[in-house]
Ligand binder design. Structure first.
Ligand code: GTP
Ligand code: MG
Length: 197
């Protein structure tokens, strides 16, 4: 029972961390609107990992289903930031990292070095303090920054991969990778048009 109570409290803390980071991002986006009449963030999606997928991940990583193990999972709190252009991704990410109460724990640049699948995004795992009545918790939040084109590819690829029971064929995999390259080319061209305006 105590464990259950702790779990509910912990989820609440992760939820608070998501709200803090997403508010920071909204404030940056609003400031850009006021100063430059431009919004670098197209939209955001926040999610708290479901108990089922959390337990699946603990199992996959060979960790005990105990509260202490949660600290090894850094994507319980997740935010996806969909930007208009590649430049916006790096601009918003670096402005967030400049803030005093944000600490960078991990940075994976899958835009510079795309994954084998063709997947592109900038992943940051940051730590943010959540102030409670009796203590301060330092909470990790995973942020995935990507363009609209990268997001389109990632959602469709995810859907296609999980739709087929036996997984997709190597040929389909190659075709999806080609699509990711094509999307990246569109991103570059659209960004150039935006810069030339
Ligand atoms: P995990 O233990 O699975 O979190 O691996 P990791 O810590 O190495 O994380 P990674 O940096 O690979 O990013 C994991 C997350 O990125 C996933 O939950 C997806 O949201 C996204 N992702 C990574 N690779 C792909 C991919 O090939 N396709 C899609 N659609 N999403 C991906
Ligand atoms: Mg991860």
């Amino acid at each position: 029972m105590d464990e259950f109570q702790d779990y509910v409290l912990l989820r609440n803390i992760y939820h608070a961390a998501i709200r803090e980071v997403s508010t920071k991002l909204e404030i940056l986006d609003d400031e850009f609107q006021v100063r430059y009449d431009y919004n670098p963030i197209h939209h955001m999606e926040c999610r708290l990992k479901s108990p089922q997928s959390l337990f699946e991940k603990l199992e996959r990583k060979g960790l005990d289903i105990r509260l202490e193990s949660f600290y090894k999972i850094t994507d319980i709190a997740g935010i996806r930031v969909i930007c208009n252009y590649i430049d916006d991704v790096y601009a918003v990410a670096s402005l967030l990292l400049q803030q005093d109460d944000i600490k960078l724990l991990r940075r994976s640049d899958y835009i510079k070095d795309p994954k084998e699948s063709g997947y592109r995004s900038l992943h940051l795992v940051v730590q943010i303090p959540v102030f409670l009545s009796d203590r301060t918790e330092l909470v990790p939040v995973e942020i995935q920054f990507r363009t609209i084109a990268m997001d389109t590819w990632a959602s469709l690829e995810h859907e296609l991969k999980y739709k087929r029971v036996g997984g997709i064929t190597p040929q389909m995999e190659q075709e999806l990778k080609d699509c990711a390259e094509a999307m990246a080319e569109v991103d570059r061209k659209m960004e150039q048009i935006h810069k030339d305006l």
